[in-house]
Design a protein around this ligand. Structure first.
Ligand code: HEC
Ligand code: HEC
Ligand code: HEC
Ligand code: HEC
Length: 381
């Protein structure tokens, strides 16, 4: 390319850049006439309104997340319609706007406009400025119909040309593991390159940084809290369907409007509950419900069994601390506690309960159990 042409090209990119940079989030209802099918199905996300209290149902949580807000306030996820209501009422302290990263298209547009400074804005004032929750903007920018990654941290983590199906990346903008570095408080994913998005590499990444989300006040262990790693689990080694099915294939599916035209349903739901999706599965899974339930029951049973062991370990370790053991004496036990709970959490907080990649979930639980058993032996000495 000649120099002059290059300069012109760069100038043109800068100019169009202003138009293309996704910084304007129009309310979803501005598309109700242009894309009525997608809009109406998007509204159906309000139907998924069940909000289950994990802390009440599972007393282990209060012990395992002690020292962190999740120990007393931890509800199951529900439909996209409820993100703002839920983040507001969650009962966990959130001084900064970074908690809004996955809750609102308006906030995403604000981050794109201001840069990472937007993550440090005060929560309450920023919240008051938002007009709506997750919107067309999050997945399409200003062009509904074209899939666009609007959350920059995902591009930073997997690269601009990751080769991952755009209908997987759309969801990976939020259904991922993330953390807030102590200095910037920005939303960051703990890996560079998809090949490093494995539980093992993520753990190594946090260890190298010396990162922890909270310190358990009774044991003094620096803990990591994993958050909904659906993307890393589904695209991880051992995933059966990752090259044939995007998240949208199983959670959106095609619907047909009154005029007989096909469109992508924007009602995000379980493939078991969506007849249009189910019909495409039964040729291979004659009893899809039984098959999925089997995987989930096995995964859940082991998850709670290991949670009980982690509770025993936490209490035994706390007893040692109370009895005056030194940091040096406790170092190995704390290291085992931190790592065991990380691998357990990677499965516990993943929303499919093993269905996305039972091999990966099983491998994590195996690791967690091995480590917690080792620590329980050691703590007796
Ligand atoms: C959570 C992400 C997400 C949100 C939010 C979202 N979409 Fe989509 N949209 C998708 C995906 C994924 C596809 C493509 C599905 C595929 O390729 O299988 C799509 C496809 C489309 C298409 C292409 C035609 C079709 O039906 O396949 C249109 C038009 C569209 N969306 C409009 C909208 C509008 C309007 C809104 C807001 C009311 C919206 N979308 C919100 C993810 C989203
Ligand atoms: C902008 C962030 C964001 C994007 C993008 C996003 N999600 Fe979500 N999703 C969330 C949040 C946050 C919740 C939990 C909402 C609540 O509980 O208030 C959620 C909840 C859900 C639920 C309901 C979970 C339950 O247990 O009932 C499903 C299903 C879901 N998302 C699927 C998807 C799929 C599929 C995609 C991609 C097409 C996607 N999401 C893209 C943030 C996002
Ligand atoms: C091959 C099909 C398939 C694909 C592809 C898939 N999922 Fe799932 N997903 C499932 C099944 C099955 C469940 C469990 C549903 C149930 O319990 O009813 C599930 C559960 C979920 C849940 C919990 C909500 C619910 O309804 O139970 C979320 C959130 C979710 N998946 C997000 C994703 C995301 C994000 C991706 C892409 C990274 C993805 N899924 C890819 C099959 C799939
Ligand atoms: C062409 C055949 C085929 C189709 C179509 C198909 N599957 Fe599968 N699926 C398989 C095979 C084979 C396995 C691995 C079976 C096993 O591990 O016992 C599998 C495994 C799974 C698993 C468990 C994954 C794991 O890691 O254990 C889930 C969940 C699943 N499929 C859901 C679906 C859903 C939902 C659909 C429809 C959208 C679907 N499948 C369509 C063949 C298919």
């Amino acid at each position: 390319m000649k120099k002059k042409v290059l300069v012109f090209f760069l100038l043109a990119m800068c100019l169009t850049g202003f138009a293309l940079a996704s910084t304007v989030s129009l309310p979803a209802d501005s598309y109700k006439d242009t894309f009525p099918d997608q809009y109406q199905s998007y509204l159906r996300n309000a139907e998924n309104d069940e909000n289950y209290d994990y802390v009440q149902a599972h007393p282990q949580i209060a012990v395992l997340y002690e020292g962190f807000g999740f120990a007393h306030s931890y509800f199951s996820a529900r439909g996209h319609e409820y993100t703002l209501e839920d983040v507001k009422n969650i009962g966990r302290p959130h001084p900064l706007a970074n908690c809004l990263t996955c809750k609102s298209g308006d906030y995403t547009a604000m981050v794109n406009e201001m840069g990472i400074e937007a993550y440090k804005l005060p929560f309450d004032e920023t919240f008051a400025e938002l007009k709506g929750g997750i919107s067309c903007f999050n997945c399409h920018g200003e062009e509904p119909g074209v899939l666009q990654v609007t959350h920059q941290y995902l591009k930073d983590a997997v690269g601009e040309d990751s080769g991952v199906n755009p209908a997987i990346l759309a969801c990976a903008q939020c259904h991922v593991e993330y953390y807030f570095p102590a200095d910037t408080k920005a939303t960051v994913l703990p890996y560079e390159g998809l090949e490093n998005a494995t539980p093992e590499m993520i753990y190594a990444y946090f260890d190298q940084l010396g990162f922890s989300d909270f310190v358990n006040p009774r044991t003094g262990t620096n803990m990591i809290k994993v958050q909904h790693p659906e993307f890393e689990t589904y695209t991880g080694a051992g995933s059966v369907h990752k090259s044939t099915h995007s998240c949208a294939d199983c959670h959106m599916g095609k619907a047909v409007n009154e005029a007989g035209q096909s469109f992508s349903s924007h009602y995000l739901t379980s493939p078991l509950k969506n007849p249009a999706v189910r019909d495409s599965c039964v040729q291979c899974h004659a009893d899809l419900d039984e098959f999925v339930k089997g995987i989930q029951d096995r995964t859940e049973e082991r998850t709670y069994l290991i949670a009980d062991k982690l509770v025993d370990l936490t209490n035994a370790l706390a007893d040692k601390v109370a009895a005056g053991a030194t940091d040096e004496e406790l170092a190995q036990l704390r290291a085992l506690n931190r790592e065991a709970q990380f691998y357990w959490d990677f499965v516990f907080v993943e929303n499919s309960e093993g269905a996305h990649n039972s091999k990966l979930s099983t491998a994590c639980l195996d690791k967690a159990e091995l480590l917690v058993d080792q620590a329980l032996e050691l703590v007796k000495q």
